[in-house]
Design a protein around this ligand. Sequence first.
Ligand code: SF4
Length: 327
Amino acid sequence: MNSIPFEQGPIRPVDEADSLLIRTTRGCPWNRCTFCSLYKDMKFSLRTVEEIKKDILSAQAYFDGHPFETCFLQDGDSFVMKTKDLLYVLTALKEAFPSLKRISSYGRAQTMVKKTPADMKEICDAGLNKLYCGMESGSLKVLEKVKKGITPESIITSARMAADVGMDTTQFIILGLGGTELSDIHAMETAKVLNIINPNHIRLLTIGVKPGSGLDRQMAEKTFTLPTETQMIAEQRLLLSTLDGITSHYANHHSVDLLLEVRGQLPQDKDRLLTVLDQFLSLNEADQIHFILGRRLGYYRNLADMGNEFICGRAGQKNQAEPSRFL
Ligand code: SF4
């Protein structure tokens, strides 16, 4: 296949693997979060509607009638576009790809609250009916510490604005984001906000520290202490046990997460998910380390694999050979 003749951004959500990708903006209009280096060296810019329309027509020719049902608008925040421009792009997309049922985008809370309810309705009616929102935490202290540039109030207001017009929303949470210093407050205040907004989907990610990032510097300055994997599972247990009265789908969703089997529908699966977390937390320290190493080296997919003698034996040999990579 020839190289793609239209512009593509660097990432898309895991759930958008089969989607048409159309780039509306380049980079992130905020670009200051201490834990994120995704667009670090990229200057943010809005693409013109003419450029985007040209890409849509190139994509239409390139994919030659492929019946895409989903499209994701890249990069960091399409809501930063003027509403009339966003509507123009959505209309052009639906004309070029009439099979589209869902168009999605990242949406920053602080940008979305600048739209009016009427804008949100028009945007949703024009086809942008799914949002991916990186709230990361519901704690103001944590959000300020990592320079996220949003507040619990803006998270709640923007989530309500989206829900009121019928947009499906996914909220991303980052385990470990408060460090050991703010772990409990991160878990409890995040649950408190989630209990208010009741998003369609809650997706958990696990913190990683990129060399040279603001978080890396905070660690060097000893203002942020990275929790251990076990501490992050305990944090997740506190968060999940504090969720109450909501009907979200809850999942550890990314390969960076230790326990991928923590995935289910609230409220009916809550006890089952808590049991998985408790199973891990009740292991003795040696078995926890064995599982973490086996999981990170790719031998284990879930806790139940530890009961498989063959996999467990192979993971044990490998762990003895390579423990220093992870300890
Ligand atoms: S708003 Fe999102 S994309 Fe932008 S710097 Fe923060 S985490 Fe990264």
